[in-house]
Design a protein around this ligand. Sequence first.
Ligand code: KDG
Ligand code: MG
Length: 381
Amino acid sequence: MQITGTDVFLTRPGRNYLLVKIETNEGIVGWGDATLNGREKAVEAALEHHIFPELQGHSATRIQDIWQMFFRQTYWRGGPVLNSALSGVDMALWDIKGKCADLPVYELLGGRTREYADVYRHCGAPTTDEIIENCRDALARGIDHLRVNYHPQTDEYLDLQRVVESTADVRDALGPRPELIVDIHGRADPIEAARVATELEPVRLFYLEDPVRPENPDAFETIRRHAAVPLAMGELFTNPWEMLPLVERELVDYIRTDLGHIGGITPALKLAGIGEHHYVRTAFHGPPDLSPVGFAATVHVDLSIPNFGIQEMTEYERIYGERIADVFSGGPEFIEKTGGVDVSDEPGLGIEVNEDAARGYEYERSHLPMPRNPDGSVQDW
Ligand code: KDG
Ligand code: MG
């Protein structure tokens, strides 16, 4: 089965998504997600000018080979632009393989290890009272893993002490049962992160996410030395090898990589396999800027791996309304009585894209918030 057609859709059904479409000479079509928040046009250009011409005529079933070709043979490895592009291609090829085999992708990955994938929901807000209210709403819907980020206005400096106090107040209000997650987006220095983690010990977090910036894995040793708090990291990694030192040195407890940036399903499975040998579980990234196609690919992996930990869930329709359903159909469903998500048993990724609708939602330039410290210097968001 040969690749005969490739296309890219930059659509905005509420926010920008970059979708990859691959067609074959047998009429089977696959979809993937190559969205890179705030830098979508760069990935679109990489696909159109470099990757698509080189894909033409290749066997659509040789996913591993194509992955190696675009990761190694182009000489320039990883990076957010090239690896998001590769992610879109990889997911589309798995979608094709599933449709060709007439099986959902999770079957090709070894079959189910679970009936559904447990999810967590964002309950963050600018005040603790709002966070608690959001948590109660989520709990009433059967979701007992809650991200309780205290976040002021988006461009404002994040006060770590307020994060600690707010999280403790949320725990007091909700009692010992719900699992709580806090993401501080790399805003602490190592010793600050160690202090935040130590002060959060009594809260018994499910995990503390992105305590420090992603560049230097040694920084995690400082946090580990001080606090018995589970740690999660990886959403900023775009080369699978970046995750290795953290897993192999057992410096984190959860792999947070994003299937839309790390290179798709193929490397995510391998990373999960390495994690399994170190008792590290997965918590794959599922933010609003991962499209529903990327989310579907992620849930197929969640359902098939033994060391799945938790899945971040975006409630697309709740945030973006009917525009999402105009473009995407058949994606993973949240099942209230389980507090988890499941995919349909349709072949492939089980999600379809309405091309006319996608074309109707035009791209608009946007970027992530750009906060500064009180003294005016650059701060991470
Ligand atoms: O594009 C950036 C977002 O994906 C990121 O801010 C979301 O940190 C995030 C999370 O944990 O979902
Ligand atoms: Mg995060």
